[in-house]
Design a protein around this ligand. Structure first.
Ligand SMILES: CC(C)(COP(=O)(O)OP(=O)(O)OC[C@H]1O[C@@H](n2cnc3c(N)ncnc32)[C@H](O)[C@@H]1OP(=O)(O)O)[C@@H](O)C(=O)NCCC(=O)NCCS
Length: 187
């Protein structure tokens, strides 16, 4: 991983893809955050409990979304709406990066998260010089695995009843891609 990782992240606070702008969260995003964070189906397979008030959405911006670089709001260029978020977590000991993402349900199935994840993955390998990029999804949330697969990640295994999520033991499916695999995929 590069030593000036925070500088790189701040320089890439805004990233533009074909149909999206990945950018810093704004206080005005609170209503759009609440829209997806209060939807039970959207938060079913994430450890996060979700949010139920605009006040809590605003607090999440101050307390979490602005807490460090590497957390992007996803803006849909065509409508100007903020439709989700994606964040990365750096592990310096192993030069690897984990991530998480969520999208407003009205925008699922249109390739938006694949587009966002592709941009974030490129940043991690090409600018942050990570050696590995990884995430897990819970069994039952196969759409998330498909996003990772479409971005060139590989299914590496499944850990039975690995986490207790909102009272339910969930199997956890591991996905990853190494720098070598990323480079050979692009060659
Ligand atoms: C997971 C999530 C981010 C995907 O975003 P998205 O923009 O809809 O993803 P994409 O459109 O880029 O790709 C989704 C793919 O999954 C597929 N898919 C959807 N549901 C599926 C299912 N039950 N089984 C198999 N594939 C499924 C879609 O068909 C699509 O693949 P395709 O392009 O080959 O047809 C979105 O559904 C979401 O926010 N879910 C709730 C939060 C969440 O689960 N976050 C991830 C936690 S690990």
């Amino acid at each position: 991983m590069v030593e000036n990782y925070n500088e790189v992240l701040y320089q890439n606070e805004t990233m533009v893809t074909e149909r999206l702008i990945l950018r810093k969260y704004r206080v005005e995003d609170a209503a759009d955050i609440l829209e997806y964070a209060s939807d039970a189906q959207t938060v079913e397979f994430i450890i996060w409990e979700g949010l139920d008030t605009i006040r809590a959405a605003r607090a999440a911006i101050y307390d979490y979304y602005w807490s460090r670089p590497g957390i992007w709001a996803i803006e849909h260029v065509e409508s100007g709406k903020m439709i989700g978020g994606i964040d990365i977590r750096l592990n310096h000991d192993d030069d690897k990066v984990g991530f998480g993402y969520v999208l407003n349900r009205a925008f699922w199935g249109k390739g938006y998260m694949t587009e966002a994840l592709g941009a974030v993955m490129a940043l991690c390998f090409e600018k942050l010089r990570a050696n590995r990029f990884e995430a897990q999804h819970y069994a039952g949330n196969e759409g998330s695995g498909r996003v990772m697969e479409k971005c060139g990640m590989r299914r590496e295994g499944c850990m039975a009843q690995y986490e207790k999520v909102k009272g339910i033991f969930r199997d956890c499916v591991q996905y990853g891609i190494t720098r070598e695999q990323y480079v050979s995929k692009r060659a």
